[in-house]
Design a protein around this ligand. Structure first.
Ligand code: KIV
Length: 289
């Protein structure tokens, strides 16, 4: 399937013009994370507009406490699996910590690898005005970039923790100005994380590009959630902005508990799970032992 072409099954292939059209018409854009092929297939079949192979995989897949340890190799492998499972959704690969901050040239090399080796449709990187140089360099090379401002998890140590942003005059004005700067530098969309809805609304109304929110209120052009949070994959604490749509942890635990019980009570495997054998053949085998 070529870029911008709909496939023969008549399913819409999501492109940047389509996302901009949705913003213009006021139609909400749906976005979720995915980190592997099976989840990407499910999301693509449901018609999710954007799938992000986020560096949140550091926590959801690899068990780190944050996103800082995530490597280019991890993002490359997982983004490739996601894109193979999602031919219709617009797939974005997240740029890991230190893959774009060192220099514009280094950012271009790493973003180029992500596009070429995993087949994603765009990349995402965190930061405001200070990221103009790498963003310009990627945009010049034809690499679509989603910006990410507000709570930026790669800077969690500098921010003093996973805290909401833009709640004072200075912080809010910086976010509004950063959003403008990112748009002018060439981002095709911006993700806003953990900011008051009122600031999300101001940024969304002033932007010509789609604004996607996570914990940024209802006025943004679209919403994203980490799929493991949305499905209740882990027990325990989730951020205030998460709505849980399923309790996968319970479903999986119940299923696996049943398996453990079956094995320990020898009720699995049952006859229907076994291969049959002709009794004459069995007797012949036994007679030779
Ligand atoms: O990596 C990630 O999952 C993110 C979320 C904020 C969507 O960037």
């Amino acid at each position: 399937m070529a870029y911008g072409e709909d496939d023969p099954t008549k399913r819409k292939v999501v492109t940047i013009p389509y996302l901009k059209e949705k913003k213009a018409k006021g139609e909400p854009i749906t976005m979720l994370t995915a980190y592997d092929y099976p989840m990407a297939v499910i999301e693509d079949n449901l018609g999710i507009d954007i799938i992000l192979c986020g560096d949140s995989l550091g926590m959801t897949v690899y068990g780190y406490k944050g996103t800082v340890p995530v490597t280019m190799d991890q993002i490359l492998a997982h983004s490739g699996a996601v894109k193979r499972g999602a031919p219709h959704s617009f797939v974005i690969g997240d740029m890991p910590f230190m893959s774009y901050q060192v220099s514009a040239e280094n950012a271009l090399i790493n973003a180029g690898r992500l596009m070429k080796e995993s087949g994603v449709d765009a990349v995402k990187l965190e930061g405001g005005a200070e990221m103009v140089a790498p963003i310009r360099s990627l945009a010049r090379a034809g690499i679509p970039i989603m910006g990410h401002i507000g709570l930026t998890p790669q800077s969690v140590s500098a921010l003093g923790g996973f805290k909401a942003q833009g709640r004072d005059v200075e912080g809010a004005l910086k976010l509004i100005s950063d959003a403008k700067t990112l748009e002018e530098a060439g981002c095709f969309a911006i993700l806003l994380e953990a900011i008051p809805p009122e600031i999300g609304k101001i940024i969304t109304e002033r932007a010509k590009i789609p604004i996607i929110g996570i914990g940024a209120g209802v006025y943004t052009d679209g919403q994203v959630l980490v799929v493991h949070d949305a499905l209740g994959f882990f027990g325990g604490h989730v951020a205030k902005f998460v709505k849980q749509y399923a309790n996968l942890n319970q479903v999986i635990s119940d299923g696996l508990q049943n398996y453990i019980t079956d094995v320990t009570q020898r009720t699995f495997p049952a006859p229907e799970h076994c291969y049959g054998m002709d009794s004459d053949i069995l007797e012949a085998i036994k007679s030779k032992l």
